[in-house]
Write a protein that binds this ligand. Structure first.
Ligand code: BTN
Length: 245
């Protein structure tokens, strides 16, 4: 495994994607940066970090036979790897908020940005970006739901040790994905899914509130919510949010 360590970069995902487009990159090449000037989050959001305090990295990997229609299992693998590494630190009430935010209680500790390269109906490779708030002491008022491992557990953690722990798990899950052990992944992910089977207030894209409970993730990766009238509705990433978060 090759680890490229940088002080500052626009975004480790952008850097690694550029590299992949120019040279042949080994599987499991990792780019880690102390800070990013243009960190990117899901849905075109920005990801801001305090220099040297958090874990900010991207990993490149190839897949031998991963259908685009099975992309959710890749997302499951990444979130489970991060979840399990953080679980080792004894964080309370750890869960995965669909699709792949890592929460402790209602606080977000980490996010994942997966950027795939497709060839026909296959995902041939991906750059997976992971940002975890580890030792950051304070967060902007605009991010009321963000927290860090340090804020929750009251002590600092070594970034390299946590990185190693996540990378080891990513490798193991990569093998599971290559073996197409999809039902194992589905079961493991659903077990850790935030608010699964809990009656919850949601907000749709028109800001209309409704009650329902998460029952799973559809084949195409949408969130499945059972409404109060017992019908099941599917939602894409931009189509639903938690009313209380
Ligand atoms: C999110 O929750 O919105 C996803 C955040 C992903 C942030 C990481 S930090 C390392 C990598 N480089 C980026 O620019 N983004 C990802």
């Amino acid at each position: 495994m090759k680890i490229i360590k940088l002080n500052a970069i626009d975004s480790t995902n952008t850097f690694l994607k550029n590299m992949v487009s120019k040279v042949v990159v080994d599987d499991f090449t990792v780019v880690v940066a102390k800070t990013q000037t243009k960190g990117r989050g899901q849905m075109n959001s920005e990801w801001v970090v305090e220099e040297g305090k958090n874990l900010t990295f991207s990993v490149f990997s190839r897949f031998s036979d991963l259908d685009v229609e099975n992309h959710k299992y890749l997302s499951f693998c990444i979130s489970l790897s991060v979840y399990e590494a953080l679980k080792e630190l004894d964080l309370p009430s750890l869960s995965i908020k669909w699709p792949n935010d890592i929460l402790s209680g209602n606080k977000k500790l980490g996010g994942i940005l997966i950027e795939n390269t497709l060839k026909g109906s296959k995902i041939v490779s991906s750059v997976v970006g992971i940002g975890i708030n580890v030792n950051q002491d304070s967060f902007s008022k605009n991010l009321p739901n963000a927290s860090s491992v340090k804020k929750i557990l009251g002590k600092e953690f070594n970034l390299e040790t946590l990185l190693e722990s996540i990378l080891m798990r990513l490798k193991n899950y990569h093998t599971i994905l290559e073996r197409k052990e999809y039902s194992l992944l589905e079961e493991a992910y659903l077990k850790r899914l935030y608010k699964k089977n809990v009656p919850t207030m949601f907000k749709n894209s028109q800001n209309i509130l409704f009650m329902g409970k998460i029952i799973g993730v559809s084949k195409s990766g949408n969130l499945q919510i059972e409404l109060e009238n017992e019908t099941i509705q599917e939602f894409g990433l931009k189509e639903v949010s938690f009313a209380t978060l």
